[in-house]
Design a protein around this ligand. Structure first.
Ligand code: 0O2
Length: 201
């Protein structure tokens, strides 16, 4: 398998989506409005992780493109309602097609994971014409991201079998992150005003 050639359009999609979403953040800054985007990251799934996931999901190598998160972009927002602002903005775009949406913000996963996933089909121009690639956009708050990053590391360390005592701590941490988002939402206007004053200095 020529992985470099196969993954090139995915890498292109990740870079383009990052540029476009960073453009949105800049636009909010120019207009001195509250930006619903704190930061953006993106990655192409490493080959060993692709192979591992394909095996678990019984996806043969010639159908590897069925994996929906080979190209992944993550939008991290300050507040919970910013997530839905980003979701609506993505829904209204004409440069991508939404295939699926998974709202793990209102309906958390069993692990405690919260995030909004949008699966898209995105056209990449190649020298052989347009190639449609599937990409996953994850939208979450800073608190959700903190939790997910730590849980992901623990999952890696324990190879998906996190000991029960740590699992229950993670559940409590997920509730604490949820509470933090709720509390911050209540004082959102105060925080935004403070940020504006700080930036004007
Ligand atoms: P990576 O690249 O290391 O992040 P499905 O279960 O298929 O209906 P879902 O949940 O969208 O739908 O798919 P999947 O494949 O389980 O998860 C896709 C990605 O979402 C994961 O990528 C994670 O980034 C994130 N994710 C989903 N569930 C959890 C969770 O319980 N904890 C954390 N920390 N992240 C989660 P990968 O495959 O982990 O790889």
């Amino acid at each position: 398998m020529n992985w470099e050639a196969l993954l090139a359009p995915y890498a292109q999609a990740v870079e383009e989506l990052k540029v476009k979403l960073k453009g949105i953040r800049k636009q909010y800054e120019y207009e001195s409005k509250h930006s619903p985007i704190e930061f953006i990251t993106g990655r192409v799934k490493p080959v060993p992780s692709i192979l591992e996931k394909a095996e678990v999901r019984h996806i043969p190598l010639d159908k590897i493109e069925e994996l929906q998160d080979i190209a992944g972009v993550r939008v991290v927002c300050p507040f919970v309602d910013d997530i839905y602002a980003i979701v609506n903005m993505i829904r209204s775009r004409e440069d991508l097609h939404i295939i699926d949406e998974k709202d793990y913000v209102s309906h958390k996963k069993k692990s405690g994971y919260r995030s909004f996933h949008i699966i898209i089909r995105y056209p990449v121009e190649t020298i052989h014409g347009v190639k449609m690639v599937i990409a996953e956009i994850q939208i979450r708050t800073l608190a959700m991201n903190f939790w997910a990053t730590n849980e992901h590391s623990l999952n890696y360390k324990y190879k998906g079998k996190i000991p029960e005592n740590i699992q229950s701590r993670l559940q409590r941490a997920a509730e604490a992150a949820f509470k933090l988002d709720e509390e911050m939402s209540i004082i959102k206007n105060e925080v935004q005003e403070a940020k504006r004053l700080f930036h004007r200095k």
